[in-house]
Design a protein around this ligand. Structure first.
Ligand code: HGY
Ligand code: MN
Ligand code: MN
Length: 396
């Protein structure tokens, strides 16, 4: 079977997309993501792969040729998206993995080890707030007791959102010896180097922190400025402080999500909740960045007569990918090995002790978590070949 990457890509592209060139909305246990998973199962079964699912909704499609044994080689990625996301973040790794197996078959390769194509649940954490939720559950990094209580923006608990009927007990990763995830690059490193494919050296530590600013609701017209306890003001100064702290220290800080109560035009808000996404090139720098932002937010809250509460919702530690595995993935390709500030399931599996490596495909826009995210077909096909080359070395 020829690597029909382009047909698979065309089939998947419209699912969960708003309009012909809009962004994607593929939230876990939502209609679009369910449709993507059904598509994945169909593609896997068309290739004679055996699809297994764990109790959380993670899937692995297994290729177990007769006689294949020993630690399995896993590849794959995720199918969920951020709100109004791009087409490639996640799905490129899944489609390329299926196409990569087609290439191996085309080359007459019969793996000596089992080969799996994985699809992890809620990698973005954009519904339940915890990044890489599925792979954290699959590796035990997060317990089910903790995760089941997570709620989405409508107060729906994770346990209630899951279609319990399909809940199984499979420990999908028990037999996995290594994991190679292909992903669209979320930046311009490969573009600036003029190369289509690269490998990852590691992932920056990063975290998500909920800032609750509580003030006093009041009338927008009759309340003098000096009499206000306005949480929106404290939030606004905190957002500016976070931006300045990140710039000065060469790190990353983003407030991209905000909830205002009661969110009325003619009322001083009673409270504002804002989520900080902070990333840094080391755990120490991350901790000091967040501490600095918290301190400035607290000082401002004292001045504004508002109250500040900060909750750490999701922390991902620094990841260095397995150097020996990365060497085998790179082979004689000469591809560059580059760091990333984006989190991935590969980071969770690496942290769980599974030797892990990543391949990146050039993104000419350098933009991600946006409909502008892109990868040229030629580069995607180069990624498929690079993944097939890596897998071929690993399954021998
Ligand atoms: O947020 C991230 O870094 C990843 O795209 N989930
Ligand atoms: Mn991703
Ligand atoms: Mn992402």
């Amino acid at each position: 079977m020829t690597p029909d990457f382009e047909r698979m890509w065309r089939d998947l592209a419209p699912v969960g997309r708003s309009g012909a060139d809009g962004g994607y909305f593929r939230q876990p246990f939502g209609a679009a993501e369910r449709e993507c998973l059904a598509w994945f199962v169909e593609q896997a079964q068309a290739r004679g792969l055996v699809v297994e699912r764990d109790r959380f909704g993670n899937h692995v499609a297994w290729w177990r040729p007769d006689g294949a044994d020993g630690p399995a080689v896993l590849t794959g990625s995720h199918l969920d998206s951020v709100l109004d996301g791009g087409a490639y973040d996640g799905p490129l790794g899944v489609v390329s993995a299926l196409a990569g197996l087609d290439v191996l078959r085309d080359r007459g390769v019969t793996p000596a080890r089992p080969v799996g194509v994985g699809v992890f649940l809620e990698e973005e954490g954009s519904r339940f707030g915890l990044a890489c939720l599925g792979s954290r559950l699959a590796t035990g990094a997060t317990s089910w007791a903790t995760a089941r209580e997570l709620e989405d923006r409508d107060g729906v608990r994770l346990e209630d959102a899951m279609d319990g009927a399909a809940v199984g007990e499979t420990d999908l990763l028990a037999a996995v010896g290594c994991f190679v995830e292909l992903h669209v690059e979320q930046g311009r490193d490969l573009v600036d180097r003029g190369v289509p494919v690269g490998a990852a050296s590691g992932i920056w530590p990063h975290g998500r922190y909920r800032f609750d600013f509580t003030g006093q609701a009041n009338h927008a017209g009759t309340t003098r400025m000096e009499d206000r306890r306005d949480p929106m003001l404290t939030y606004a100064m905190t957002a500016l402080a976070a931006n300045k702290q990140a710039r000065l220290s060469g790190q990353r800080a983003t407030f991209g999500r905000l909830e205002v109560r009661p969110n009325g035009t003619n009322a001083v808000p009673s409270s504002v909740t804002a989520w900080l996404d902070a990333r840094a090139d080391s755990s120490e720098h991350l901790a000091s960045l967040v501490r600095g932002i918290e301190r400035q937010a607290g000082d401002r809250a004292d001045r504004d007569g508002t109250r500040l509460d900060v909750t750490s919702e999701s922390v991902s530690h620094a990841v260095r990918f397995d150097e020996d595995l990365t060497r085998r993935v790179v082979g004689t390709s000469g591809m560059p090995v580059i760091p990333t500030g984006a989190g991935h399931d590969a980071g969770v599996l690496a942290t769980a002790g599974i030797p892990t490596a990543m391949l990146f495909v050039r993104n000419p826009t350098g933009v991600s978590h946006s409909p502008a995210e892109h990868a040229d077909t030629a580069d995607c096909l180069a990624g498929v070949q690079a993944l097939a080359d890596s897998l071929q070395r690993l399954v021998a």
